[in-house]
Design a binder for this molecule. Structure first.
Ligand code: TRP
Length: 341
């Protein structure tokens, strides 16, 4: 086993990934994957909200894996794995449940918001849903996910930070009370903590239908950018405010030529610029970026056997380390009843 520190991070398989995932997290994964021993989780236990649509979950497992390969994650240097194929996660979740007070979960801001949304859906057409038991176990399982490979770093989107705080606290308590088994993992948020949606809403998200997916083709990207919200109505030669036009947030996020973006902003505020100029530039910037993804994706899509092998190999590596961790946990808890595990 290498002596590099470890990364554990993951995504729920509920659909294809989009630019928000990339700028908020995936970019960091790609950058750091070889500096750390990296484990990338497809969190298929964490889908109670899609329990009546497992076909979608199953399809999404492959979409997520393809997106990861497309952006340049290396399935040999790192490990891609499916959560439910490593049942030690369920075992560790049960044990950690002994030590995690419900009140700690109830204070978690992400959970609070999700619970409120379930009980009072914003969208009147959605019915109120009862809160499933899984709603309380999933954060414990997320803690178990991170602790399982004894990870040091968890690169994630901003919305996941409360889960990592919970993990740190759990690790601290366990180590203090039993044996020092777990590192206290650090969180790392991407360059763009939260990407606005194409409709100008504060967050790009599938449920709002305001995403640009990583797998989207060039025409579709052009069409979406054309339809993007670009601030309050304004004549083409009327000066505008940069902070009111989210196209600039996208250019800041994805345009490698920062000098040119600064020059565009200056002109925009001084003399005005037609939105079309900005949108055409953004389309080109995005399509240049996505082209390299599309090419890799197409190569793997034509050979799904390779994708399956990658996940199988990664899952096996995760199983090995999980068994090792569970031995340490049982030893720490003094649960080796028969003398051996
Ligand atoms: N909750 C994450 C999401 O919604 C997925 C996830 C599950 C995760 N377990 C994790 C992320 C552990 C980081 C670490 O996408």
């Amino acid at each position: 086993m290498s002596d590099r520190k470890r990364i554990l991070t993951g995504i729920r398989p509920t659909g294809a990934l989009h630019l928000g995932h990339y700028a908020g997290a995936l970019e960091n994964w790609v950058r750091l994957q070889h500096d750390y021993e990296s484990y990338f989780l497809i969190a298929d236990y964490q889908v109670s909200d899609y329990a009546d649509d497992i076909a979608r979950v199953r399809d999404s497992v492959w979409q997520v894996a393809l997106d990861w390969l497309a952006v340049g994650l290396d399935p040999e240097g790192s490990s891609f794995f499916i959560e439910s194929l490593v049942p030690e996660h369920a075992e560790l979740t049960t044990l950690l449940g002994w030590f995690l007070p419900v009140s700690m979960l109830e204070r978690n801001p992400t959970l609070k918001a999700e619970m409120a949304a379930m009980e009072n859906p914003e969208d009147g057409s959605q019915e109120r849903k009862p809160v499933p038991v899984a709603f309380y176990t999933y954060p414990v399982m997320q803690v178990a996910n991170i602790l399982m490979p004894r990870a040091h770093l968890v690169p994630v989107g901003e919305d996941q930070l409360p889960h990592i705080e919970l993990t740190r606290e759990t690790a601290r308590r366990f180590n203090h009370r039993f044996k020092p088994v777990f590192p206290e993992p650090e969180a790392l948020v991407g360059r763009v903590a939260r990407l606005v949606g194409t409709d100008g809403n504060a967050k790009m998200s599938k449920s709002r239908g305001n995403t640009i997916e990583l797998r989207e083709d060039a025409e579709s990207v052009a069409r979406k950018v054309k339809g993007m919200y670009a601030g309050p109505p304004r004549g083409a030669t009327e000066p505008g405010k940069v902070e009111e036009n989210p196209i600039f947030l996208y250019l800041d996020a994805f345009d490698p030529d920062t000098d040119e973006v600064a020059a565009l902003k200056e002109t925009y505020e001084r003399a005005g610029l037609p939105n079309k100029v900005l949108k055409d530039r953004l389309t080109e910037v995005l399509n240049t970026k996505l082209d390299s993804f599309r090419e890799r994706r197409a190569r793997y899509e034509a050979n799904m056997g390779l994708v399956k092998e990658a996940i199988e190999a990664g899952t096996n590596r995760m199983r090995t380390i999980s068994r090792e961790t569970m031995e340490m946990v049982r030893d720490a808890l003094d649960m080796n009843y028969l003398g051996r595990y």
